[in-house]
Design a protein around this ligand. Structure first.
Ligand code: MG
Length: 261
């Protein structure tokens, strides 16, 4: 079952079941109009349309551990070497944004880009997890956008301005069981209905178990923390009013728009 956190019409936060079939959505949509058809959420014997509720991010991460250059084709388009160990950087809880949100991008920047990514949501506090045990600490998968401010990223070492600004990590809408996500799951991103990214989870340089083992060698992951696993090729700039759809096979479709102040 794909779970969704939401605020019901009375204002109470619930966890329900996402009823739309992600495969069907993906087949019939260009990613720009998914959601207008209306996802549905079951909670007990109630079924809500997404118009009746606020879909919340699938978790409340204390930190988001992001992986850079984890697809060879993306490293090539950035004229960067493939790293010999996972390249890690952090976003904080301020970066989280929800499905269907309108994100105000940092002002005065020439190039802020989208990066469609598979998000791994951690289910329990863990440290020094082996690759063999890695999937036991995973609560589920979600869709993410690693929004990237290239103006500042290219001139700073630690990418705080470049990557960790407010709402730089839209996440959601669901938490999907990993066993329902194919190993070669398609990862696609559309801007205003135009397909910009079309990759596959099978092209990850470092696998999800390898990432969890490496990250937890150095730091403790907590329940609700997220790993953004890297983006395939096709990243590109966003402008005021753009509508973004990110679909991951077996997971669902995250939609949000951007505004430039
Ligand atoms: Mg990224």
């Amino acid at each position: 079952m794909r779970e969704v956190r939401f605020r019901d019409p009375a204002g109470t936060i619930r966890t329900g079941e996402w009823l739309d079939d992600s495969e069907g959505e993906r087949e019939r949509s260009d990613g720009s109009d998914i959601g207008d058809a209306g996802g549905r959420v079951r909670f007990g014997d109630r079924i809500y349309s997404t118009g009746e509720i606020d879909v919340l991010p699938p978790c409340e991460p204390g930190k988001i551990v992001c992986i850079g250059r984890n697809y060879a084709d993306h490293a090539a388009e950035r004229d960067s070497e493939i790293p010999d160990r996972p390249l890690l950087f952090l976003k904080g809880p301020n970066a989280v944004a929800s499905h269907e949100s309108t994100i105000e991008l940092p002002a005065g920047k020439e190039r802020i880009e989208h990066e469609a990514e598979l998000g791994v949501v951690i289910g329990e506090q863990c440290r020094n997890v082996s690759e063999d045990d890695a999937m036991t600490v995973v609560a589920g998968f979600t869709c993410g956008n690693d929004l990237s401010n290239r103006d500042d990223q290219r001139v700073e070492q630690n990418w705080v301005r470049g990557k960790a600004f407010d709402n730089a990590a839209p996440l959601g809408p669901v938490l999907a069981p990993p066993e329902e996500v194919p190993a070669d799951a398609a990862i696609r991103l559309w801007v205003n209905g135009e397909l910009r990214q079309d990759g596959s989870q099978s092209d990850l340089i470092f696998s999800i178990p390898e990432l969890i083992a490496e990250i937890t060698t150095h730091l403790t992951l907590e329940a609700g923390d997220v790993i953004l696993t890297g983006t395939p090729e096709g990243v590109g700039p966003l402008v005021d009013g753009d509508e973004i759809g990110i679909a991951i096979e077996g997971v669902g479709t995250l939609r949000h728009s951007v505004r430039v102040p």
